[in-house]
Design a protein around this ligand. Sequence first.
Ligand code: ADP
Length: 400
Amino acid sequence: MEQPAAKPWTGIALAILACAALAIMGEKPWFALAILLIWIGSLWLKFDEPPSMETASGEAGLTRDTMAELIEHSGTPLLLTRRDRVTIANRAARDVLGPHILGQDVRIALRHPEAIALAEHDEPASATVYNLARRRDVWLVSRKPFNGDYAVIDLTDQSAGANVGRAHTDFVANASHELRTPLASIIGYVETLIDEPGDESLRARFHQTILREAKRLQQLVDDLLSLSRVEAGEHDLPSEHIDLAPLVLLAARDAAGPARADRIDFALEDATIQGDVPQLEQAVRNVVDNALKYGADDGRVRISLTSEGEAAELTVADQGDGIAPDHLPHLTRRFYRVDPGRSRASGGTGLGLALVKHIVERHRGRLDIASEHGAGTTVTIRLPIARGDNSASHDTVTQL
Ligand code: ADP
């Protein structure tokens, strides 16, 4: 890198020349020319030219404009400062910090004490800065000084990682709460049984409650394990070719059990997809169980499977109260429930739809939930048809 002093010295020389001309000639045209020269000289002096860079072969160096052009389209916000004043800011930096930062003192541009403190260092240094551009964003700001007056500052967005960390913390807190509730209940009933055993019928009632809460705990642990297993394998597309129609029939029958089986109508076409059998069965069970649980008492649930073009489409429609529109975007969040009391009373863990979403994503499919308040809910799962399979045949309408 060359020293940046060449152009300011040219300016000073021009200014001196102009003064000399003014002193010697004392004539008006010369006076005007001298003023012009002084002005040009002052411009050169003011101009913050960053150091030019020579190539290894000593060919043409980089001017400020070339440097600005080079970094303009980088996705990383980049600043070049001279004496802590911003002389170059690429588009990404202007987007994050605002277009006004050009020419501004970098300490004002970055605003945050942690970032401001970086200007004190003679060595490369970095700092983590929160809420720089938006609420709850996280940036790593790195500053590398060079050639005395100059420094390059780059900003790395770490918000995504921080969000994952926050989601993880929330999840642990929610899961602990969900586990603690049935545990507290079990401990309470067992202690009561030990202290005051009561009569036979009271003991039997307590045993029933303990059993129910223990099963809830078991279901919760099973769902948590399933969720972590699906997440762990989310990037591997299952390779097994499977016929979806018999799988749907079996899983739905399983979810319904003998008591609710006669509420379901089936209309299933053949469709072959690449899938993971236990996971797809679980997804069908969860959606069908919800339709039966939250659908109208004794209301019908219609399950249809169609195969058209590239996708197999499974829909499960109930005639329940439906879901208000503001809840719809959150239903696949872990432990999200519209009516927590109703969910818990029916043995729900709040993880059913989160699991369905992850299973569908692992199969490169799509999950949609449509609901009209008061008119029922339709859950649609679209899955890609296995390559080389074009089978779309007869309709079967089955009532269990
Ligand atoms: P849960 O174990 O509570 O059933 P899910 O993740 O399966 O958990 O569902 C989340 C919430 O979405 C449920 O608590 C319920 O409020 C709502 N929900 C799911 N399916 C339906 C449906 N078919 N009709 C009405 N509400 C539903």
